[in-house]
Design a protein around this ligand. Structure first.
Ligand SMILES: [Zn+2]
Length: 300
C-alpha cells in the first residue's frame, strides 16, 4: 500500500484540522495508529527525539477518540525488503527525510477504532500541552545562543562552526542530548577531549577562572541575555519550505542583535512576549565532563 508523506500544519502553530483517514495500522500492545493526509499533530521524531509528542483527540462520525501518543512512521519503497510495511520509530532503518520513503504522522489510539478509512477526521491537539512544549522549545534555542555568547572567550581557536551571531557554536559542537517537557528544556553537553581539541578551554587561564568556578557568573550572564530577549518581545516563526512532515524547517527569531536561525523540526511560540520570564540553571558534573543546562520558561 502506498501512502503519501503526511502534510503537517504544526510548524505554523496550528492545533486543529480536518483530514481524510488514509489507513489504520495495528501496533504492538493492542494499540492502533491512524494515518491521515494532513494533521496539526507533532509526532516524536525518530532521528532526534527532542520534543515529546502532541496528545489530543480525533473525532470521526461524532465519536471522539483519544490520541494517547503520536509517533513517526515510514513506509519503504515498493519492492524493497520492507516495502509496503509501516515501520515505527526506532525500527525505521533510514534517517528522517529519505526521499524513497513515505513519512507518516501516526496518531496512536489505545483501542481499535473500527473501519474508519475514507472518513473525515476532525483533529484537535491538546493546546495547553502544546503551548508549554513550544515555550520550552523556544527557550532551548535561545539558551543555545546565549550560552554560545557567554562561552565565546573560552575558545583558543576557531572551531570551524559559528552560530547566527558569529560565536563559536558550543551548543551544537558539545551537544549530547536535548530534551524538552512541559516545564523545561534540558540540554546536556559533553566537555570531552574532542571538544578540547577543537579549542575549548574549561581550565583556568590568566583571562578567566576554571569553568566550575565561573558557573555562577556564566549563569548570570546567560540569564541577563535571556531576560533582555524576552523583554524585547522578539518575533518567532518557523520557515517552511513545503508542507511535508520531512521538509527542512528553520526556526527564525528577530532578536535585537539580528536575525537568528536554527534548523528545527519542532513547534514554537509566536513572540517572546508570550513569556514572563526565561531562566536557565547551569550544572557541571562532579568530574567536569558534562555541563547541563535546565532552562525554564514562565508563561505570561
Ligand atoms: Zn528545535
Amino acid at each position: 500500500m502506498t501512502l503519501p508523506t503526511t502534510h503537517v500544519s504544526f510548524p505554523a502553530g496550528a492545533v486543529t484540522g480536518e483530514s481524510t483517514v488514509l489507513a489504520v495500522h495495528p501496533l504492538d500492545g493492542g494499540r492502533y495508529a491512524v494515518v491521515t493526509g494532513a494533521t496539526p499533530f507533532h509526532p516524536l521524531d525518530h532521528t532526534w527525539p527532542d520534543q515529546p509528542a502532541d496528545l489530543g483527540t480525533l473525532t470521526v462520525d461524532g465519536v471522539e477518540l483519544a490520541v494517547v501518543d503520536c509517533l513517526t512512521g515510514a513506509v519503504g519503497p515498493d519492492g524493497g525488503p520492507e516495502g509496503g510495511q509501516v515501520l515505527v520509530g526506532a525500527d525505521i532503518p533510514v534517517r528522517r527525510g529519505d526521499e524513497e520513503w513515505s513519512w507518516l504522522v501516526l496518531h496512536v489510539l489505545a483501542a481499535d477504532p473500527g473501519d474508519i478509512v475514507g472518513r473525515t477526521a476532525a483533529l484537535a491537539v491538546d493546546a495547553g500541552r502544546r503551548g508549554a512544549l513550544s515555550a520550552s522549545h523556544s527557550g532551548c534555542h535561545l539558551l543555545a545562543l546565549a550560552l554560545n555568547e557567554a562561552l565565546a572567550p573560552r575558545w583558543r581557536k576557531d572551531p570551524g562552526r559559528t552560530d547566527a551571531f558569529g560565536h563559536p557554536d558550543f551548543d551544537s559542537l558539545a551537544m549530547a542530548s536535548s530534551v524538552m517537557d512541559t516545564e523545561a528544556s534540558t540540554d546536556t553537553y559533553r566537555l570531552g577531549k574532542s571538544l578540547r581539541k577543537k579549542g575549548f578551554t574549561a581550565e583556568a587561564t590568566e583571562e578567566f577562572p576554571a569553568l566550575a568556578d565561573a558557573l555562577p557568573e556564566l549563569t548570570e550572564a546567560v540569564n541577563r541575555r535571556l531576560a533582555g530577549w524576552v523583554a524585547a518581545d522578539a518575533q518567532v516563526r518557523v520557515d517552511v519550505p513545503g508542507p511535508e512532515l520531512t521538509a527542512r524547517r528553520e526556526w527564525h527569531c528577530e532578536l535585537p542583535e539580528g536575525a537568528a536561525r536554527i534548523f528545527c523540526g519542532g513547534t514554537h511560540l509566536h513572540h517572546l512576549g508570550e513569556l514572563a520570564e526565561l531562566r536557565t540553571e547551569l550544572r557541571l558534573s562532579e568530574d567536569g565532563s558534562e555541563l547541563v543546562a535546565v532552562t525554564r520558561p514562565k508563561r505570561a
